[in-house]
Structure formats: structure tokens, C-alpha cells
Design a protein around this ligand. Structure first.
Ligand SMILES: Cc1cc2nc3c(=O)[nH]c(=O)nc-3n(C[C@H](O)[C@H](O)[C@H](O)COP(=O)(O)OP(=O)(O)OC[C@H]3O[C@@H](n4cnc5c(N)ncnc54)[C@H](O)[C@@H]3O)c2cc1C
Ligand code: FES
Length: 402
């Protein structure tokens, strides 16, 4: 018998979901599944969108602010989705007429979500679209739209060791602040040794909060590591230099298993990769937060030669088809957004699969650090537009924004 997948035409395949939706819409109400408690819980934990309002703004550093977000019942959000420390929210904005999304780790404790509060902490990135927009525009009362909590950077007792060595750099401290507070609240059962790299004492984010959490529990220890501390004497309990294997050995528990969790800028991941090799322990004990978007693919060593500066992209979203010229320096997702086409997105790093699309013709470049496709994706021509860069003219079919 012919494989049903092989014999299925792409046109028929793409119409499966809209056809099913039409059948559901046409079905008499009595025949639809009855709402049960498992379904209600799933909806509460995984809402498609959460409609929030900025309730407070805290200045953390000259270019970094925390925003307290609360539900906006008038726009349909009664309560916040609960989450495990380490999750992020995807923020949806329309900036200069273009749809834009970015992931931000939740810096507040899970317990605060039950009390109706999330906190996001945004650091300005030079020339960055979303970070500059948020820091300039979000104020008390601003309506905000975010996804359900997402990501895989949480502590899992069956997988991870009883002690976590957290390696944080810059704004990569945010998920660890949530984890440290979750431990102090009794919501996570692990010990945390946090090695937090900052340029100097003035650039440390959450310094008072991290001091306070260490007062609440002896299961959290924070060591500040300053790369450029200046001429002043280093305060007690701080280290000078970078996050290295030597420093990890110094603070890791002796004769006890530990996991390493890493969150920080992309350069830090590359540096730590080499350092961690020298520790020589199983990869399953090393966990890294999602890498983030690549912005200059041509700088990568395996980027092909002779790529044109621009290409034509033809895209179909449901029943609408558009063709436009795109720069090969932009990911397919950035190119679509610049042309006003919103794509379902969470991580923008190839990991979550939300933007999963069909490439019908043409070639793309995917940076190695963002290549999470499976064999079936290669076989059936699937790409993640968030981390695929056009090399030739493309024809693709993209799901409508969720
Ligand atoms: C899981 C996750 C959690 C995160 N949590 C946080 C958090 O808690 N706090 C936080 O502040 N950030 C966090 N980030 C980072 C955040 O998602 C954004 O990436 C960050 O705010 C920058 O976005 P932007 O729109 O301001 O910059 P972008 O517009 O995306 O630009 C980023 C940089 O790339 C440069 N650039 C843009 N386009 C090009 C180009 N074509 N060629 C060369 N360079 C280019 C820009 O000049 C800028 O320097 C997280 C990221 C991930 C993946
Ligand atoms: S947005 Fe997550 S894989 Fe593309």
C-alpha cells in the first residue's frame, strides 16, 4: 500500500487544518466535546495570548528596567498562567506598522503569578528594535500582549542534579532571579550556586534582591564575578575575571553531582563551551537557555560564497499570496515582518517549532547553533523562518499568526 504521506498532495495537506476548522464551525453545538476539568486546566496554563497592563516600572540600571505586568480583565485575561522558574514570555508589538515578537524570561517568582503579577526585565540593545521600543514606550497603564509561558530552561528533578551551578551574564540573570525566589518560596527543591558575571559593581542587576533571597534561604549562594572592577578594592565575596571552569570547580559542591545552567549573551555561550569541555562531565548535566536570533549570518564560517544581496520571496499564508524583495542578511521571519506579515513565533531561535513552515522551492542557510530540525523536516522540506536565511529566491507556505 502506498504511504498515505507520500500520496498526499501538498495542496490537500495544507487544506487539512482549514477544512477541519470549517467542519467544527458547522457542527451543531451539542456535538462538540464537553468542557472538562483537564481541558480547563490546559487552557489556564497555556492561553494563546495573555492581555496585560503595566502596573509598575522599576529602573534597574540606566539602560535596564523591570516592568510589573498584571491581567487586564477588560481585554479578556482574568488570571495569569502559572509557570516554572526559567520560562519566558513572548511579547507581541506592532512597531512602525510591522509585527514584532521577542522572548523575555520572567524575572519574578512563580508564586507572584498566582498573586496576579509577572515581571519582565528588559535591557537596551544598541540599535535593537524591541528593547528600545519597550524602554521608550512602556509606562504604567500601557496595554501589553504576551504568549503563555514557554521554554525548557526549568529545573527538572528527574533530569537535573540536586545542585545547580547557574552561570549568568548581563540580562541573562533574569531566569535565575525567578529560580532563586522559587527555591526560597519552597516551590523548587534544589540548591543554587549562582556565578553572575557583570562588567563592574554598578552594572550588577538585582543586587539587593539577590542579597535578600540569600537571607531567606541557605539553599541559594550568589557570587558576583566582575570582569572590569576598576581600581577599588573588590568587595568581600566577589571575584574578578570571567566565568571559567576554574571558578566552577572552586564553588561546586565537593563529591556531589551538579548540573550547570547557562544564560547570557551569545558570546558567553561560545566561551563557556570550551571551558566546560575541560570539566569533562555528561552533557545532560549542561543546560543552556535558548540561543536567540542570529543577526549577521555572513560572518559565520560555514556561510556559502556568492550569495546575492537580495532575493524574491513568494509566500502563501492561508488563501493569500504575496511576493516581495528581501535582503539575504535578514532571516525569512524578519523579511516577512518587514513586509507586514506576522508569523507564529515564540523563541525566534529554531527551538520551539511554532514558526514551522514549508519551503516549496529555493535554498536557505541555517546557522549550526540554531539547527533543531528533525529528519522528517528535511525530507518534507520544512524550515523554521526565524533562523533560515534566504540564499536564492524562495517560495514558501507559512501558517497564519496564532
Ligand atoms: C529565551 C530568551 C529569553 C530572553 N530574556 C531576556 C530578558 O530577560 N531580558 C532581556 O533584556 N533580553 C532577553 N532576551 C533577548 C531578547 O529576546 C531580545 O533579543 C533583545 O531584547 C534584543 O531585541 P531587539 O529587538 O532590541 O534587538 P534586535 O532588533 O533583534 O537586534 C539585536 C542586535 O542585532 C543587531 N542587528 C539587528 N539587525 C541586524 C543585521 N541585519 N545585521 C547585523 N546586526 C543586526 C542590532 O543592531 C542589535 O545590536 C531573551 C532572549 C531569549 C531567546
Ligand atoms: S519561533 Fe521558535 S522555532 Fe521559530
Amino acid at each position: 500500500m502506498a504511504s498515505p504521506i507520500k500520496s498526499l498532495q501538498m495542496k490537500d495537506f495544507l487544506s487539512l487544518l482549514p477544512n477541519r476548522q470549517k467542519q467544527f464551525a458547522a457542527a451543531p453545538e451539542a456535538s462538540l466535546p464537553v468542557e472538562d476539568s483537564a481541558r480547563a486546566l490546559a487552557k489556564a496554563l497555556h492561553p494563546k495570548r495573555q492581555y496585560l497592563t503595566v502596573a509598575a516600572v522599576t529602573e534597574r540600571a540606566p539602560d535596564c528596567k523591570s516592568f510589573t505586568l498584571v491581567p487586564d480583565p477588560d481585554r479578556g485575561t482574568q488570571a495569569l498562567a502559572y509557570f516554572a522558574a526559567g520560562k519566558y514570555l513572548t511579547v507581541y508589538e506592532t512597531i512602525a506598522g510591522m509585527p514584532a515578537t521577542r522572548a523575555y524570561s520572567i524575572s519574578s517568582a512563580p508564586k507572584a503569578a498566582l498573586e496576579g503579577r509577572y515581571e519582565l526585565t528588559i535591557k537596551r540593545v544598541d540599535g535593537g528594535l524591541m528593547s528600545n521600543y519597550i524602554l521608550q514606550n512602556w509606562a504604567v497603564g500601557t496595554p501589553v500582549e504576551v504568549s503563555a509561558p514557554a521554554g525548557n530552561f526549568e529545573y527538572q528533578p528527574l533530569r537535573d542534579a540536586p545542585t545547580v551551578i547557574g552561570l549568568a551574564g548581563g540580562s541573562g540573570i533574569t531566569p535565575f532571579v525567578a529560580l532563586a525566589n522559587a527555591i526560597a518560596d519552597g516551590d523548587e527543591d534544589c540548591d543554587l550556586v549562582l556565578l553572575y558575571g557583570s562588567r563592574d559593581a554598578n552594572s550588577i542587576l538585582f543586587r539587593e534582591e539577590l542579597d535578600a533571597v540569600q537571607q531567606r534561604t541557605d539553599r541559594v549562594k550568589v557570587v558576583h564575578v566582575l570582569s572590569d572592577p576598576g581600581k577599588k578594592k573588590l568587595p568581600a565575596g566577589m571575584e574578578k575575571g570571567f566565568l571559567t571552569a576554574e571558578l566552577i570547580r572552586k564553588y561546586a559542591p565537593e563529591d556531589a553531582l551538579y548540573s550547570i545552567f547557562i544564560c547570557g549573551p551569545q558570546q558567553m555561550y561560545a566561551f563557556l563551551e570550551k571551558e566546560l569541555e575541560s570539566l569533562g562531565f555528561a552533557r545532560k548535566y549542561i543546560r543552556r537557555e535558548t540561543f536567540g536570533e542570529v543577526h549577521d549570518p555572513a560572518s559565520l564560517p560555514d556561510y556559502p560564497a556568492d550569495v546575492p544581496e537580495t532575493v524574491q520571496i513568494t509566500v502563501t499564508v492561508q488563501d493569500t499570496t504575496a511576493t516581495f524583495t528581501a535582503s539575504t542578511a535578514d532571516s525569512v521571519m524578519q523579511a516577512l515582518e518587514k513586509n507586514g506579515i506576522a508569523v507564529p513565533a515564540r523563541c525566534r531561535s529554531g527551538e520551539c517549532g511554532f514558526c514551522h513552515s514549508h519551503l516549496l522551492s529555493g535554498e536557505v542557510f541555517v546557522p549550526k547553533s540554531l539547527e533543531f530540525r528533525r529528519m522528517a523536516d528535511f525530507k518534507y522540506g520544512c524550515i523554521h523562518p526565524c533562523c533560515s536565511f534566504p540564499l536564492t529566491d524562495l517560495v514558501l507556505s507559512v501558517p497564519a499568526a496564532d
